[in-house]
Design a protein around this ligand. Structure first.
Ligand SMILES: [Mg+2]
Length: 169
């Protein structure tokens, strides 16, 4: 049960999740969280770094889709305009079963060859693990400084601590 909360992999930044790493782990599709994983909330369009990273994935046959909990698809559609990936808002992570299945069938990739990449344990990691998909965690680029987020981070700390104990590096 607790394993639902533990990411399979942890990186400091999204672009450390390299093509080499993905290939070595048989991951041919990434389900991507947007906010605080790829970009801070206030970045409405992708910068060069993000575009370069995603185009490197594409060139190497790694497919990807955006899976966001945003209540409207405005944010994701604007961000995705130059990218043109399959994009889903209102996903309802951590459950998101329907959305994840739709995304994977759009990408033509099975669960075994996919991974969820996100910055939140109780949303992104669980969305992967509840649906039988490996999870890659990165720390949030920039946290919203409100009480709710502080509370969530405090809850996440013991989980991360255990992760690092289990995976001494
Ligand atoms: Mg996020």
């Amino acid at each position: 049960m607790l394993d639902f909360f533990y990411p399979d992999f942890y990186f400091e930044k999204f672009d450390e999740v390299t093509v080499e790493f993905l290939k070595a782990n048989n991951i041919s599709a990434l389900l991507l969280d947007l906010d605080n994983t790829l970009a801070p909330y206030e970045m409405s369009e992708p910068d060069e770094k993000i575009l370069a990273y995603l185009s490197d994935l594409s060139k190497n046959g790694i497919r990807f889709a955006f899976i966001s909990n945003n209540s409207s698809d405005k944010r994701i559609n604007l961000f995705n305009k130059k990218i043109g990936a399959p994009a889903f808002a209102k996903a309802g992570k951590p459950f998101a079963k329907k959305t994840i299945n739709r995304a994977l069938s759009t990408l033509g990739v099975s669960k075994e060859n996919a991974a969820f990449l996100g910055d939140q344990i109780f949303t992104d990691v669980c969305a992967g693990k509840f649906n039988g998909i490996r999870a890659i965690l990165v720390p949030p680029i920039k946290d919203k400084k409100n009480l709710f987020f502080k509370f969530k981070r405090a809850l996440e700390k013991p989980v991360l601590k255990r992760y690092f104990r289990k995976n001494k590096r």
